[in-house]
Every structure is written in C-alpha cells, then in structure tokens.
Ligand binder design. Structure first.
Ligand code: C5P
Length: 397
C-alpha cells in the first residue's frame, strides 16, 4: 500500500508517543520507509534507540542534528519525504505550526517542507477544547494540513473526551489516503463485496460461501491507483482493506441503503454475492423445536437487485460493473445478465466446485463489454483486481 513511499515521522512529547512506535511498524509493514524525528520532549516518553530500531533508519533528534555537518541538512530532510506526519501532535507543536515558529528541529522541518503534512493530535480534553487549540487547528486546516483524529475516550490523565491520539491503523489509513496518487486520483469508486446474511431468527441466517477476497483485492487495487474507494461489505471472512471508507452491512437491504448513501461515484463495481432471497417471516426470537417433528415453514421474498437498481438510478455512476458467478454456460448467462441488469461490464467466472475459485486465491474470468467477451487467463485474485482496476482507470480517463 505504501511501497516506495517515505514518511518523515515527527514524534511529539506526549504519552501517546508509545503508539507512534507501533505506527512505525505498521508503515513499514505496508511497504513504506519511516524516518523518525524526536522532539526533546518526545525523548521523555520513548527512546531514540527504540524508534531507530523499529524504523531501521537513523533517528533525527533536536540536540545534535542541526549542527552536524555530516548529516542530511534539515531542508533536504524535510523534502526527501513524500509526507510529513506529526504523531502525537501536541498542543505545543500545533501552536508552533500555526504560528510559524522554527526554534527546534521538528518545527524547522515543518516550516521547510514542501510536502503535505498530516497531524495526529493528542492531548488532554481541556487542552483540545481550549479556544487557542481550536483556533490553531482552524489555521492549520486552512493551510492545508491534514488531520487524523483525535479520538474520544479515556485518557492517561483519567479524564474522558476527545483528545486521544487515533490508533495507529487509522493513522496509517490517513497516510495512505494522503499519499494516493495515480490515474484514479480524484475519482470515487464504490465496491460492494462479501456475502450478505439474511436472518431466519436472531441467531440463524442464510448466507453463501463468498469470502470477499475478490472485492477486497479490487478495492485495494483501485485505492493503489489513487481512487477514493467506498467499500460496502457484507460479513466477509477476509479483513477489510485499509485506506478506504468501509461501510459494513449484513443484509441485502442494508447493502442497497449503504450503496445509495455512498453515491455519487464515478464507477461502481458490484462484487458482492448478494443473497437473492430473504426470509420474509424471520422470527424476532430464537425458533424452538416443538417436539412434534414439524419443521418451520420459511417464506422467502426476493431481495432488491442492487446492481440493477443502481444501473437504472438517477445517480448512475458513469461505469457500472457487475460480477457473474456461474456454474454452467458461463458466457451465455453472463452476456444475458449484462443486458438484463443494464450494466456496462460483466466480470464472469465459473465457480463450480471443481474450479476451486470460490474461497480460493485464484480466479479465471471473462470480461464482457459492449465489444464482446475477453477471456483472461487464470491468475491470482490480486492480479485480476489489478487488471480490472487498470481497465476502470482507462475507461474513466
Ligand atoms: O446473483 P447474480 O448472478 O444476479 O449477480 C450478478 C451481479 O449482480 C453481481 O455483480 C452481484 O453483486 C449483483 N447483485 C446485486 N444485488 C442482488 C443480486 C446480485 O447487486 N440482489
């Protein structure tokens, strides 16, 4: 997600500084490089050695680096990064940034950089609510500084409210969003994914075997091309992608509502395996055997067809892509489906058990467009996602 990206991470002096060590790990796990900078106050909370060991990079510190001729100069240091992240951003650091002070290494780097800056504020709730901090925040936002958090919750000082630094995974998502750059930059793409669960009673449901792997891979590929991705997902077995807006849903009806909320979009890809029917007479309490041997009679009602609904909607995205999972006569069914649902493309695949595609890591698809059918070789779901994302970028160019 952050392959080849370099983050200059300024760690401010707050109790949340320990979370920034985890942030270093997460950025590196996502493929990025981290160059840590510790303020003098930060060194009261974390050691330069731990930051340096986790980053596998030299740590820059206030006390020495500005005077050390052999080191990279502060101008160069601030510009070699793709993004400058301040986490935790203390009230003091925010004030310095808002007023353009440059009296130590961190504030000098922030003044000298020509890159975007993302701050993750962390402070006591009263300090956060203080008019001075709120004024500084407004100035920083107007200057184009990106802000992640703070979150609300219990604080180290025992108080409760907004001011906790966001968790590292959320900051990582904000970093990914800030570094988005590609042919889909500025485009909004909606992806549905996973199965839907249709309740029978409060503890039982009808579902299908979709893992959400293909939809997830697609959301990641679109994100990596720079798109803002809205990811509407049923209860999938694979974790949701990072750096996208996730809308978790259970049922087909919920999914349609979430899709409508996420619109307008430039393109929408419906990779979810939506249950065709829901139980119309779902029980509100757990169904019990009554000892007579009689099975409950479930009444089914047809679920809304999300793809067909959106393909005909007023807010129809410019490009609407459906998936067609079939077990026989794949091309024939998929071609008919494209016409019936009113979508632009259908990605058809054979999910008969012998293929091992459902729940597996590979996929063999045929892309059906108005120009006909294109058979793609069998490849990993990630590769299918990358190829499809590239085609979407081309179509929206
Ligand atoms: O289930 P079916 O083969 O009709 O699915 C084809 C396409 O329609 C898929 O892209 C699926 O996500 C979408 N679909 C939908 N809402 C439904 C059924 C299917 O969006 N109720």
């Amino acid at each position: 997600m952050l392959a080849g990206k370099r983050v200059l991470l300024i760690i401010g002096g707050g109790i949340a500084a320990f979370k920034s060590l985890d942030l270093i790990r997460q950025i590196r796990r996502a493929g990025g490089t981290v160059v840590p900078v510790l303020t003098r106050a930060a060194e009261e909370f974390v050691t330069p050695l731990s930051a340096s060991a986790l980053a596998a990079e030299k740590v820059y510190r206030d006390l020495f680096d500005l005077t050390d001729e052999a080191e990279m100069g502060h101008i160069e240091l601030s510009r070699a990064a793709d993004l400058v992240v301040v986490a935790p951003a203390t009230a003091d650091l925010m004030a310095k940034m808002a007023h353009g002070l440059a009296n130590d290494l961190a504030s000098t780097l922030l003044m000298a950089t020509d890159k975007r800056v993302l701050i993750a504020p962390a402070m006591n709730v009263r300090m956060w609510d203080h008019p001075a901090t709120q004024r500084n925040l407004a100035v920083l936002k107007a200057d184009g500084v990106l802000v992640a958090g703070p979150d609300e919750g219990e604080m180290a000082c025992g108080e409760f409210g907004p001011g906790r630094m966001s968790e590292p995974d959320r900051i990582l998502g904000a970093i990914a969003e800030a570094l988005r750059d590609g042919p889909l930059t500025g485009r909004h793409v909606l992806v549905t994914s996973g199965p839907t669960h249709e309740p029978i009673d409060p503890v039982r449901y009808i579902a299908n075997r979709s893992s959400g792997a293909q939809g997830t891979a697609l959301a990641e590929a679109l994100r990596d091309l720079g798109a803002k991705v809205s990811f509407v997902t049923g209860p999938a077995t694979v974790p949701a992608p990072q750096g996208v807006s996730v809308y978790p849903v259970e049922t087909a009806k919920d999914m349609l509502a979430a899709v409508r909320r996420a619109l307008p979009a430039d393109a929408a890809v419906f990779a979810a395996a939506v249950a065709d029917w829901r139980v119309e007479n779902a029980a509100t309490s757990k169904m019990k055997k009554d000892g007579s041997g009689a099975a409950p009679a479930l009444e089914f009602a047809e679920n809304p067809d999300i793809l067909a609904t959106i393909a005909k909607a007023k807010k129809r995205p410019r490009l609407v892509v459906g998936f067609a999972a079939e077990t026989n006569d794949v091309l024939e069914h998929a071609t008919a489906k494209r016409a019936r649902k009113g979508c632009d493309w259908i990605v058809a695949n054979d999910v008969s058990p012998a293929t091992g595609i459902m729940g597996g890591s590979e996929n063999a698809v045929t892309l059906i467009t108005e120009d006909g059918a294109e058979v793609w070789p069998r490849m990993g779901k990630d590769a299918v996602a990358a190829k499809l994302a590239a085609r979407i970028a081309e179509a929206l160019a």
